[in-house]
Design a protein around this ligand. Structure first.
Ligand code: AMP
Length: 281
């Protein structure tokens, strides 16, 4: 494992390597979900790189940038198993030097769902990922399906700006009780952690209705809301059934693949989760 703190050091390491490079951007506090991405990047490429950078640009003013969990020592220990892995740990000053003023905005796809509740979030994500792509110069980049809108935004950005990069979506890694692994799960008290699998239960209930033939978008949203309502610690921010490609909210009957998704506050944690229905698994 080679740790690079500066853009210059990273570029020098990249230049020493020929062949394909798989890249995994993260905000650190690594868990098995991140590791699934790293394993794919290592297995499918000649070289692999991981970035660890808590990106201030993608946090709103009242969000948890300051409180976001960080433990670089532990992250590096987890990654040290991968020989020859490049780990990029830039400072905020390196990524956003004084006078920084260039941003990437993926228009329509950034507007609904998470983007509607977190103004500026996907502008921050697209900007940092574009800059990381330019620095790391990967052939493939790996993103979790857990952040489905983020994956869609990055795919669109790569198409629109002609980055020569293949974007690969990796299935969500879950705990045994269904909770999607997330760095933010560390905010949960034991009681809240016990309540948190309600998100996945709600998604599975709607998926089961879909499998039985239910195609009415509002009926599927109602199914998810009913499951969530039974958990007193869960405070629903939104529940959505959207077109899996455009991410536009569905009205009436579904006629193609749909993204079922939600954001739910449990204690201090704002949890998101999703599944797609209507595609061959
Ligand atoms: P983050 O550190 O939260 O920005 O996540 C870095 C990458 O890991 C993103 O592409 C996420 O979608 C992905 N990721 C986070 N949690 C999971 C999970 N439980 N399963 C699969 N991928 C995940």
């Amino acid at each position: 494992m080679i740790v690079c703190e500066s853009i210059e050091a990273l570029r020098a390491e990249r230049a020493r390597r020929t062949g394909s490079l798989g890249f995994v951007p993260t905000m650190g506090y690594l868990h098995e979900g991140h590791m699934a991405l790293v394993q794919r990047a290592v297995a499918e490429n000649d070289h692999a790189a991981v970035s660890i950078f808590v990106n201030p640009l993608q946090f709103g003013e009242n969000e948890d940038f300051g409180a976001y969990p960080r433990d670089l020592e532990r992250d590096l220990a987890l990654l040290s198993a991968f020989v020859d892995l490049i780990v990029f740990t830039p400072s905020v000053e390196a990524m956003y030097p004084h006078g920084f003023q260039t941003y990437v905005q993926v228009e329509a796809l950034s507007q609904g769902l998470e983007g509607a509740r977190r103004p500026g979030h996907f502008r921050g994500v697209a900007t940092v990922v574009a800059k990381l792509f330019n620095i790391v110069q990967p052939q493939r980049a790996y993103f979790g399906q857990k952040d489905a809108q983020q994956l869609a935004v990055i795919r669109q950005m790569v198409r629109d700006l002609a980055f020569p990069i293949e974007v690969i979506g990796v299935p969500t890694v879950r705990a045994a009780d269904g909770l999607a692994l997330s760095s933010r799960n560390s905010y949960l008290t034991p009681e809240e952690r016990a309540a948190a699998p309600v998100l996945y239960r709600a998604l599975c209930a709607a998926q089961a209705r879909y499998a039985e033939g239910e195609r009415d978008a509002e009926a599927l949203r109602a199914t998810m809301r009913a499951v969530l309502a039974a958990e007193p610690l869960a405070h629903v921010e939104y529940v959505s059934v959207a077109d899996a490609e455009t991410l536009q909210e569905c009205e009436g009957r579904l006629c193609g693949p749909a993204l079922l998704s939600m954001a739910v506050r449990i204690g201090r944690a704002r949890l998101i989760d999703n599944i797609v229905v209507g595609v061959e698994q």
